[in-house]
Design a protein around this ligand. Structure first.
Ligand code: F0G
Length: 467
């Protein structure tokens, strides 16, 4: 049966295909306490203590609720230092659902990015990709590469309705190949469901065209598959010819068009920690198997406990379930629509892992140097204890000459953990955002008073501008 129709025939809403067995109690705070908390945290939501947060939409990374199957699987974790049975289960799940041949476990996504970048990138190389991601780009740069953004222009316009804003602009890619030569480009870095563009998908049609072009030049494609099942859902819903396909088939087809992948299992794969690198080329695998012991641990655990690998194996199979993904993205869409009904300017189309509010439109009186998205995130916390995060100039960091990078997108990300919050929580979030935005004109911006060298958004500190 047509999968788009199947989901509609059984239920008209995105209602969850699970029920709750355990709940975690939350502490409620007063406005006065929250003002003091955020000031102490230097107006950086990453520096708040989680006990002081009511609804935590900082990230969807490692914040998922595991299923009863995953929890029971954890009891079966084989904690042997070498040759853990749990590793072989994880490896089998990756081979079955993603189709890659060789697997290297890592403690999380950036561990895989480090190893892969060190193997494939040489000093002076160019790494084109569909928009940067913070840790991915940093590892590419630390390995001596230069990241070049070749995503379609539509991705940089928050209100453009293009359904595949994660697509590669083939002309931009061709230009780079012409300018630098294919030998300077070790691979094209493709993210499925582009985080920094607002959780936007790449189409299979585009990926196939990129595959054709890169094969002609002998260039590899490396897949950041952190949210591949979410991307597959959008393909199933939007791309011609894929309404009949299961998510599982679409995920496999995406992976088959690439040479290898890095994965943060903390997102799609529904666990709290873990990641891996997977490739089809034995030589690359051999180098990775050697490097992983330097940075992560033996090649059959890579910094993970056996129980974590067990939970990943089960989480991967749950992530490609059609009903799971319908509820997951359905909830994100619910929040997005609710915000729109309040007139809040959000990135369109609504993305896969969160709703992104356009801070420039909300705070037009603040320049990007006054950190509008950082300001808005801190004010939302003060209003309701809802924790969001900045995805704008703070996240973008500095270029190699030390200048601030001013991205076109200056966003506050409301990221939804999987299987954690209810529809009523989403109402609280949208109402709080609306309240803050209705009096946004009087909000003052921020000044950065502490800036760490790497990935500054995690630990930077700010203070309020006096006027
Ligand atoms: N790639 C993408 C697209 C990501 O979103 C992340 C993490 C990583 C790689 C790195 O993986 O955290 O396991 O080392 N994103 C988190 C976020 C941190 O909040 O978006 P990791």
């Amino acid at each position: 049966m047509n999968h788009r129709e199947r989901s509609k025939s059984i239920q008209n809403s995105w209602a969850e295909p699970y029920r709750m067995k355990v709940v975690e109690l939350l502490k409620m705070t007063t406005r006065k306490e929250r003002i003091s908390n955020i000031r102490k945290a230097g107006y950086n939501t990453f520096l708040l203590q989680s006990k002081d947060v009511y609804i935590d939409l900082l990230t969807d990374s490692g914040t998922n609720a595991m299923s009863d199957q995953q929890w029971s699987g954890m009891m079966l974790g084989d904690e042997a230092y070498a040759g853990s049975e749990s590793f072989y289960k994880m490896e089998a799940a990756i081979q079955k659902f993603y189709g890659y041949k060789y697997v290297i476990p890592t403690h999380q996504g950036r561990g895989a990015e480090n190893i892969l970048s060190q193997i494939l990138i040489k000093r002076g190389n160019i790494v084109p990709g569909n928009m940067y991601f913070t840790t991915t780009r940093l590892h590419q740069e630390l390995a001596g590469g230069n990241f070049k953004d070749i995503i379609v222009d539509e991705a940089h316009d928050p209100f453009n309705e293009f359904p595949f804003k994660g697509n590669i602009d083939l002309q931009k890619l061709e230009k780079l190949i012409k300018k630098y030569g294919a030998h300077k480009i070790p691979y094209v870095s493709i993210a499925t469901n582009v985080n920094m563009a607002g959780g936007q998908p790449i189409s299979l049609e585009n990926l196939k065209a990129v595959r054709k072009l890169t094969l002609n030049h002998g260039i590899k494609i490396i897949h950041d598959m952190t949210r591949v099942a979410e991307n597959a859902y959008f393909i199933q819903q939007r791309e011609k010819g894929y309404g009949q396909c299961s998510l599982s088939d679409i995920v496999k087809e995406i992976c088959s068009l690439t040479d290898g992948a890095t994965m943060s299992a903390k997102k799609d794969a529904l666990v709290n920690i873990g990641g891996f690198m997977a490739v089809n080329d034995f030589d690359i695998y051999e180098q990775a198997r050697n490097l992983v012991v330097v940075y992560e641990g033996l090649h059959t655990y890579g910094g993970l406990a056996g129980r974590d690998m067990e939970a990943i194996a089960i989480g991967i199979s749950e992530s490609v379930d059609d009903y799971h993904q319908m509820a997951r993205i359905g909830q994100v869409e619910y929040l997005g629509r609710k915000m729109e009904s309040f007139g809040i300017p959000i990135v369109r189309p609504i993305g896969g892992h969160g709703v992104f509010v356009d801070a420039r439109s909300v705070l037009p009186h603040l320049s990007q140097e006054q950190f509008p998205a950082q300001t808005l995130a801190s004010e939302i916390y003060i209003d309701s204890g809802v924790r969001t995060m900045e995805r704008g100039v703070v996240s973008a960091g500095r270029d190699k000459y030390g200048n601030n990078i001013f991205p076109k997108l200056e966003l506050v990300r409301f990221t939804i953990p999987r299987r954690v919050y209810t529809q009523a929580h989403m109402d609280v979030v949208a109402e709080s955002a609306a309240r803050v935005i209705s009096s946004a004109k009087k909000l003052r911006g921020l000044k950065m008073i502490y800036e760490p060298k790497y990935l500054r958004f995690f630990q930077a500190k700010f203070e309020k501008l006096s006027s």
